[in-house]
Design a protein around this ligand. Structure first.
Ligand code: ADP
Ligand code: MG
Ligand code: ZN
Length: 475
């Protein structure tokens, strides 16, 4: 019996505001423990929270980017629970009336387009950080992170494969970064995801019981954890058992999930409207003001690349995958007007190089000016295609401009027939058998002769000229 997974994702994105959500403490990362704190974020009695307007600005932008309805009135609520990283004993969040609802995100998986519903987006505060020291009989707490603004984005259970889950997350993160409202860094925890996973028999439409998986700190792990859950739940069901609704912890070291706690129900938290905060009223002007500030988003940029530059949808999607990569591509275009050539080099050689070295595009050792300089030399037939690869590698190694490398290493292409003629003559004289076979009809042998010339000229001969001379002489 085959099963289909049903997946819904809850994403927490840390917002890049200068100060916290309800006080003016700094959100800067890396300060000594407990130095970015004040009575408000420490939860002292009698203090009053004041909402940071930027948090609302950013959330409205995200809501617009994901086609959500921004609610004219929303509310903050207290989510009550006890834990040492939460000094107030409750987290200020939004519950019954979130700021945005009913949106969607279109993603592409395996060549087809999928629309993933977004149930809601709400704002909340982050908790502190517990530091467990294995050598000591106690833990410590750093409250610098307490009150840092988070945006939670909850998807509908519309996702049907681990790959689609990964793609949804990548899209979401790309949008956050295009909007410049979150770093979206999973490894560093500014972009966190809980995956809700259930399975149902193929063809069925009745959802099974879900497990919620936490501690997913990379895209790879999200996909792996979902695969693991699918297999685990399938085994239970085939054994005649029942999946328990619970929260499970992903263990990256052994690639398994383990039960963490029974799933708490909403009523366990005793949510109630926070009496210290007024209802949040957003008038249409505020929304329009945010709309006017929206940058071009990845989906629009992709369409523009297809329309204006004639790129395929796959190429356009890769290039617009991050704002920095798209900016790099456009910087190249402003210096060299051949979109397809640039796209091929950026996606092939450049991304290959960055992957191999584990670098981001902003740290690329080859600048747009260097790359387009190389393409110009190639276009003007100063260097051959083969030599271009060598020059590219040298640019990556040394950071030198292509012109310098070509000159220093003497890589200029030889197109002068009088220089190539004698080499061709020599090769013809050395290979009487091949010449014989060529003349008796094995025309494919031309590439053998071209190869010989290239070998002798160390790839510098102009292949077009070589071909012409060979054809003439072999006749
Ligand atoms: P909670 O806040 O208690 O985790 P929510 O109702 O907010 O619960 O749902 C959390 C997530 O679980 C949502 O992303 C939703 O799409 C997903 N979900 C709901 N039912 C299922 C199911 N049967 N299988 C997989 N995911 C589900
Ligand atoms: Mg949840
Ligand atoms: Zn504070």
């Amino acid at each position: 019996m085959e099963f289909t997974p049903v997946i819904g994702l809850e994403v927490h994105a840390q917002l890049k505001t200068r100060t916290k959500i309800f006080c003016s403490c700094s959100t800067a990362f890396g300060a000594p423990p407990n130095t970015h704190t004040c009575p408000v974020c420490l939860g002292m009695p009698g203090v009053l929270p004041v909402l940071n307007k930027k948090v609302v600005d950013y959330t409205i932008k995200m809501a617009l980017a994901t086609h959500c309805t921004v609610q004219a009135e929303s509310r903050f609520a207290r989510k009550n629970y006890f834990y040492p990283d939460l000094p107030k004993g409750y987290q200020i969040s939004q519950y019954e009336l979130p700021i945005a609802t009913d949106g969607y995100l279109d993603i592409e998986v395996g060549g087809s387009s999928l629309r993933i519903g977004i149930t809601r987006i709400h704002m909340e505060e982050d908790a502190g950080k517990l530091i467990h020291d294995p050598d000591r009989p106690f833990s410590r707490v750093d409250l610098n992170r307490t009150g840092v603004p988070l945006m939670e984005i909850v998807s509908e259970p519309d996702i049907r494969s681990p790959e689609a889950a990964g793609e949804y997350l990548r899209q979401l993160r790309a949008i956050l970064r295009y909007l410049d409202i979150s770093d979206g860094n999973m490894e560093e925890g500014s972009f966190r995801c809980d995956a809700n996973v259930s399975i149902m028999p193929e063809g069925s439409s009745a959802f099974g019981t879900r497990a919620e998986v936490k501690n997913l700190n990379s895209f790879k792990h999200v996909e792996k954890a979902i695969y693991y859950e699918m297999a685990r739940q399938k085994e239970i069901l085939l054994d005649g058992g029942q999946v328990v609704q619970e929260t499970r912890l992903w263990q990256p070291d052994n690639g398994r999930t383990v039960s963490m706690r029974g799933k708490e129900d909403a009523h366990d938290y005793r949510y109630f409207p926070d009496p210290d905060l007024l209802p949040l009223v957003i008038d249409p002007d505020w929304i329009e003001c945010m709309r006017a500030q929206m940058p071009e988003l990845p989906a629009d940029r992709q369409v523009r690349y297809m329309k204006d530059y004639g790129l395929s949808s796959d190429d356009a999607r890769v290039l617009t995958g991050s704002r920095e990569l798209a900016d790099y591509f456009e910087a190249c275009l402003s210096e060299f007007d051949q979109p397809k050539t640039i796209a091929n080099w950026v996606m092939g050689d450049l991304l290959g190089l960055l992957n191999a070295r584990g670098l981001d595009i902003i740290d690329s050792p080859v600048s747009p000016t260097s790359l387009t300089g190389l393409l110009k030399l190639l276009d003007a037939e100063v260097i051959s295609g083969k030599i271009a690869k060598t020059v590219f590698e040298a640019m990556a190694e040394t950071g030198q401009p292509p012109e310098t490398i070509v000159e220093k290493k003497g890589l200029v292409q030889v197109s002068d027939a009088s220089a190539i003629d004698p080499i061709v003559d020599g090769i013809i004289a050395d290979h009487p058998d091949e010449v014989e076979r060529y003349r008796s009809g094995q025309k494919k042998l031309i590439s053998f002769f071209v190869g010989q010339v290239m070998k002798q000229t160390k790839g510098k001969a102009n292949p077009k000229v070589v071909n012409e001379i060979l054809e003439k002489k072999l006749g």
